[in-house]
Design a protein around this ligand. Structure first.
Ligand code: ZN
Length: 456
């Protein structure tokens, strides 16, 4: 049977399995946490942290403003946004000092408040205005439908809102889709041109116009723009697009991006237009007063969707092989001891030199002591759990020849390969693995953490 992302995530210490027992407390971890909630353990915490740095830098370089919003909010905000009337069944609501609060299910109303404040305060703002937040939201999902990281009650979205006038829309949407494509390619090594990638454009049903927010003119204009952009990009990148009449949300048309990795299809990124929120928050009156503009749209967009779901899908699709920069243990050095004390001391000394050099470069490296007879077993354990990209074997021969025997994962051929290397070649190999991401953000994202205790 194929291993699912929960077992794979456990191997990498990304998460803590709900059905694992805490014997002393006579409980399962899942009992104590609650359904649909996950702990990011050592591997998960690290992966999450580096990924959030990458995403933050990515957006900063592309004209977004970082914002941050609280986890709970007075329900008045959701009354104005409208979520309280159509999304209440998914919200956690409670009272404090006679006031009603909700745990934030969506970041949009908060981003709108930030935009409104800036607009009122400065009476000018350059449009499109883009906010970005790794926004954690909590949503009620029935206990029967929650599953690992793929369907959770607490999730963090790579959430952005773009405030924009109709005339700027076409250029902006093209920018957004291009950004998404480059992000998948450079960070996750997923080439959308060759992957099975589909875009679905959900449109309104012209016969049910009274069920939608926004004017007929808005819907027709925006859908036309969205159709033009996606047709253009579909020719450029060679991916199929589909249209679904009547599948739009009541507040606006949207694109959904589906990716087939391995056997499964994942619905990940989304770009949605919104005619409703600008109206509910009186933004159109505001921009009319200050800019003399008579219309404003909001674009909601997330490229990965939620971090939890994306990591889950990625683990499952790539069988635990995370991108090099995100993988908890990048390099493992195996000392092959002989039983001869003098020889073993030399081996240890040689291995420690490599270990310290890599550690000083902030490469996540572990040093494991083993013997010739245990070697293949240890390699198998590493490759079936933490999957380091590079395993360096140091035995008597390597010390004498001043060389490293290396087993590494070739990202291009997707095969494990073996090679004897000099020190310099090892560093080149590491830089090669970091290159795509470095091209994207002009940064290496090297962070050392000590995982040695796992193998002691
Ligand atoms: Zn939103």
């Amino acid at each position: 049977m194929e291993r699912d992302h929960i077992d794979i995530g456990d191997d990498l210490d990304i998460l803590v399995k709900h059905d694992r027992r805490i014997e002393k407390l006579n409980r399962n971890f899942g009992d104590l946490l609650g359904k649909g909630l996950q702990l990011f353990s050592l591997g998960g915490g690290l992966t999450y942290y580096i990924l959030s740095q990458i995403l933050t830098d990515f957006h900063l370089k592309r004209g977004y403003y970082l914002v941050r919003t609280p986890f709970i909010t007075n329900t008045l905000l959701y009354q104005i946004s409208g979520h309280l009337s159509y999304y209440k069944q998914n919200m956690y609501i409670f009272n404090i000092e006679d006031e009603e609060f909700a745990i934030k299910p969506m970041n949009c109303p908060h981003h709108i408040l930030i935009f409104t404040n800036l607009l009122e305060k400065y009476r000018k703002i350059k449009l499109p205005f883009r906010t970005f937040e790794l926004g954690t939201v909590h949503r009620y999902e029935p206990s029967g439908s929650v599953y690992g990281l793929l369907r959770v009650r607490s999730l963090t979205q790579d959430d952005s809102h773009v405030f924009i006038t109709p005339n700027l829309l076409e250029k902006e949407i093209e920018k957004l889709i291009d950004e998404m494509i480059i992000l998948y390619e450079k960070v996750f090594n997923i080439n959308l041109k060759s992957s099975e990638f589909k875009v679905r454009l959900s449109l309104h049903d012209p016969n049910k116009m009274d069920e939608y927010s926004g004017s007929k003119e808005d819907w027709e204009y925006v859908e036309n723009v969205m159709r033009n952009v996606i047709n253009k990009l579909s020719n450029k990148y060679n991916f199929p697009t589909y249209e679904g009449i009547g599948e739009a949300a009541f507040y606006g048309p949207k694109y959904d991006f589906t990716l087939k990795i391995g056997e499964k299809e994942w619905q990940l990124g989304t770009i949605q237009l919104d005619f409703n929120l600008p109206k509910n928050f009186k933004l159109i009156e505001l921009v009319k007063d200050y800019f003399g503009i008579d219309n404003l749209y909001i674009i909601h967009r997330a490229y990965l969707g939620s971090i939890e779901r994306f990591i889950g899908a990625y683990l499952e699709s790539f069988k635990g092989r995370l991108p090099f920069v995100l993988t908890p243990i990048q390099v493992a050095i195996l000392d092959i001891f002989t039983g001869n004390k003098e020889k073993d001391n030399k081996i240890k000394e040689y291995a420690m030199k490599i270990y310290n050099n890599l550690k000083n470069k902030e490469i996540r490296v572990v040093n494991i002591e083993t013997t010739k007879t245990q070697l293949s077993n240890m390699t198998r354990i590493l490759e079936s759990t933490y999957k380091p990209y590079i395993i360096i074997y140091i035995g008597e021969k390597e010390v004498n020849d001043n060389i490293y025997s290396i087993r590494y994962y070739n990202i291009n051929s997707k095969n494990i390969e073996e090679k004897k290397m000099k020190e310099e070649e090892l560093y080149n190999l590491i830089e090669e693995l970091e290159k795509p991401l470095e091209e994207l953000n002009n940064k290496k994202y090297r962070i050392f953490e000590d995982f040695n205790f796992i193998f002691e």
